[in-house]
Design a protein around this ligand. Structure first.
Ligand code: SF4
Length: 596
């Protein structure tokens, strides 16, 4: 149990109480931690048909199993719940230090339930938990919230050792696009989670701890860490591109390969001066890293004590999808999203959808066109959930449907498609259609192989090999999320490279297939939850722009790939996991679980 803490905290906001409970080792061995443990705990406790904003909905925050062990790039925690944006199970990844600190505080996970009467902040420190009123924090932006909390701690060292996960005004006002922020960094994925914090009157969680995380064979773990670090030093992606440009290096590659979409995916992007890797490099003079990450890909500049962060998502989203042409403006818009606690991709994509509808004369409430710089006003309205912003705050799918043009929102299961072109990246298109969290990239980042060819050569327009590739990558990502690894380690490592560390850490030998089975189990459990929530094969679709409107002669052949993908997964033709797969994965009980 040394690597795991073997316990979780259940925090009841309604009764202002908490209880510490044990986690059996048998459960931890099967689900590890992070997304795996989070999905399992959530699945067992919450009726899939629940309204995400209902008081009975819960939030599980689980540290990746390797958080605190010193494994390079393994500092992620997962937030699992049902999102009001997608009505699916969803998982947001917390970067930075929060996940590791959760372990240092003595917990593998926290379950938050109920609803506080007024805004509160949860403090977790060395197995002590308190719930304090936070009325004065209401509607504060996230940087101010972090500052106020640190001042309130009234101890410089304590402030330095405390890590905060907070919601901005967008979440408090229950925008479906709201997410959370930790240490100035938005969650990766998990749009809508902020609204659940808001519905529970939970403004923030503050965590600090000092317990050790002990690995089984320390010396050998250390050697293994150095071996893996050497691999990071030999890949140009982890040695050079990520540290110097962040994930913005993908802009140059996508521009070159014409896989970067522009103007709500109407066309392939033409390079806009300065909106590329060099632009990010010269704009951001500083970088930082998550816990125990030797890569340090978080590129930012400091201006009047504001951390102006730039990455692929903001540059491609606000820059190319919305047509904003200046890097300063994009940095400001991204900063505004962080302050309000808004998911950047869904915000940018929904605005791009509104721009197209407005240019077509279908949307008449506001006048917008691609490149309109006044979108700042709209983002502020989304944060307040007022005016036209209230329409956008429900998400792009809602906006487009209300105007009888659902095809104008480029999303799946109401969640925005990340700016990589599915008509050129067919595996990515298949992943988006089948993703358990709605369109989202980091739970099936086929880009690593389809675009970059890091570990395998993928023929771009051969649909037959995509289903197996997508399944393999989706399962791999689920394993990484459970262990707490950042997706970018895959730019230098293969999954089998981490086997020695795993063995020395847990004193257990596993092979690749066993790890992939673990990922497959998580994927199937999420799928079962969604099926019980009313999501089915009819939702495994892409907007018709990608399947019917050719771009440079190509559409995404989703139908041909989807049935093979279902077979590959051992699902029936309606996309439901078959009995033998569930038996193999030990999920038979999950399917049969009666929620009535
Ligand atoms: S590569 Fe970047 S996002 Fe990933 S763990 Fe390192 S610093 Fe964090």
């Amino acid at each position: 149990m040394e690597v795991w803490k073997g316990q979780f905290a259940r925090i009841d906001l309604t009764h202002k109480s908490f209880k510490i409970d044990t986690l059996p080792e048998s459960l931890l061995k099967v689900y590890l931690g992070g997304r795996g443990l989070g999905v399992k705990l959530y699945f067992d406790e919450v009726n899939p048909e629940i309204d995400p904003l209902d008081e009975d909905n819960k939030i599980v925050i689980a540290a990746g199993a390797l958080c605190g062990t010193g494994a390079s790039g393994a500092g992620m925690a997962s937030v699992v719940t049902k999102s009001p944006l997608t009505n699916t199970i969803c998982c947001g990844r917390i970067r930075g230090y929060f996940g590791t600190e959760l372990k240092f505080a003595g917990f593998d996970a926290v379950i938050i339930e109920g609803k506080a009467e007024h805004p509160v902040i949860i403090f977790i420190s060395h197995q002590r938990i308190s719930i304090k009123p936070a009325l004065e924090y209401g509607q504060q932006v996230t940087s101010k919230t972090e500052k106020m909390i640190k001042e309130e701690l009234n101890d410089r060292w304590k402030a330095l050792e405390s890590f905060i996960l907070s919601v901005g005004p967008a979440g408090e006002n229950k925008s479906n696009l709201a997410t959370l922020v930790s240490d100035g960094l938005l969650l990766d994925g998990g749009a809508g989670i902020g609204a659940i914090f808001g519905a529970k009157n939970l403004k923030a969680i503050v965590i600090s701890g000092s317990q050790d995380v002990t690995v089984n064979q320390g010396e050998k773990c250390l050697q293994s860490i150095f071996t893996l670090k050497n691999k990071f030093n030999t890949s140009p992606y982890t040695k050079e591109y990520l540290p110097n440009i962040g994930n913005g290096f993908l802009l140059d590659i996508c521009l070159d390969k014409k896989t970067l979409p522009a103007n709500n995916f109407k066309s392939s992007a033409q390079k806009i001066p300065n909106l590329d890797g060099d632009g990010i490099k010269s704009f951001t003079q500083r970088r930082r890293a998550c816990f125990s990450c030797p890569i340090g890909c978080i590129r930012f500049s400091l201006e009047k004590q504001r951390m102006l962060y730039l990455d692929y998502e903001s540059m491609a989203g606000f820059g190319y999808l919305c047509g904003i042409k200046t890097i300063d403006k994009i940095a400001e818009l991204r900063y505004l999203c962080t302050e309000l606690g808004l998911d950047v991709l869904n915000t940018a994509s929904t605005i791009a959808c509104a721009m197209e509808l407005s240019e077509e004369g279908i949307l008449k409430d506001v006048s917008l066109s691609f490149g309109s710089e006044d979108i700042e006003k709209i983002i502020k309205q989304i944060g307040k959930n007022k005016g036209f912003g209230a329409e956008i705050a429900k998400g792009g799918a809602h906006l487009a449907k209300a105007l009888n043009r659902p095809d104008r929102f480029m999303g799946v299961k109401n969640s925005a498609i990340p700016p990589f072109e599915p008509r050129k990246l067919w595996g990515f298109g298949l992943h988006l259609a089948t993703s358990n969290s709605g369109a989202y990239h980091l739970n099936g980042f086929t880009i690593i192989e389809e675009l970059l060819g890091i570990h395998q050569v993928v023929e771009p327009f051969k649909y037959q090999d995509k289903p197996a590739l997508v399944k393999q990558i989706q399962d791999t990502m689920a394993v990484l999320d459970a262990l707490g690894y950042c997706v970018y380690i895959l730019l230098a490592l293969k999954l089998n490279n981490i086997l020695p560390f795993y063995k020395f850490c847990f004193n257990t030998e596993v092979n690749i297939q066993e790890l992939l089975n673990l990922g497959e189990r998580i994927w199937n459990l999420e799928r079962i939850f969604n099926i019980k929530a009313g999501i089915d094969y009819n939702d495994d679709v892409l907007p018709k722009r990608f399947t019917q409107e050719a771009l440079e002669g190509n559409v995404c052949p989703l139908d041909q790939m989807l049935s093979v993908y279902y077979q590959e997964r051992g699902w029936d033709k309606w996309g439901k996991p078959k009995e033998d797969i569930l038996n193999r994965l030990g999920l038979k009980d999950a399917k049969d679980k009666d929620r009535s």
